[in-house]
Design a binder for this molecule. Structure first.
Ligand SMILES: Nc1ncnc2c1ncn2[C@@H]1O[C@H](COP(=O)(O)OP(=O)(O)OP(=O)(O)O)[C@@H](O)[C@H]1O
Length: 130
């Protein structure tokens, strides 16, 4: 009997997705840098005691950057298979994909400055220092 939801198939897909995440952080240089940045941001958030809304915003940005990095890596790998030779359209595809990551990163930095900037100033002006 066929089931409406095939749990075993779902679990297998989940395992492949985890393998993708592990490969991203193990082999891709930009992803490693973004991973370290994410760890630093989370440590900074704990230190500055972000509130719920601030965490929601910060973690959304972290998720967007890491997911954009994963999509970009996937597109680059696909492009390399489709066209191992240089091709102007592949250049456009890869540049657009990298541009998407840069856009997300720029916005994440702005959100980071808005949230961490004021918190940091408050903390330092409060005199508690480090
Ligand atoms: N097949 C290609 N055809 C045209 N331009 C390309 C191609 N591959 C890469 N490029 C250009 O090089 C940029 C960087 O691409 P990518 O990160 O894949 O590195 P690469 O140049 O292929 O070298 P490597 O894979 O050794 O790092 C792309 O954004 C694009 O401008």
């Amino acid at each position: 009997m066929s089931h409406w939801i095939d749990v075993r198939k779902n679990l297998r897909s989940f395992r492949y997705a985890i393998e993708g995440i592990l490969a991203l952080f193990r082999f891709e240089n930009n992803a490693k840098i973004h991973f370290l940045a994410a760890v630093a941001v989370i440590a900074g958030g704990l230190w500055l005691r972000l509130d719920r809304t601030e965490w929601a915003l910060v973690l959304t940005q972290v998720g967007l950057v890491l997911a954009a990095e994963a999509f970009n890596t996937a597109i680059e790998k696909l492009a390399d298979v489709v066209s191992p030779e240089r091709h102007p359209q592949i250049k456009a595809v890869k540049d657009l994909s990298a541009g998407a990551v840069l856009l997300v990163v720029i916005l994440a930095v702005i959100v980071g400055i808005l949230i961490f900037g004021t918190k940091l100033i408050d903390k330092l002006e409060g005199g508690s220092g480090f």
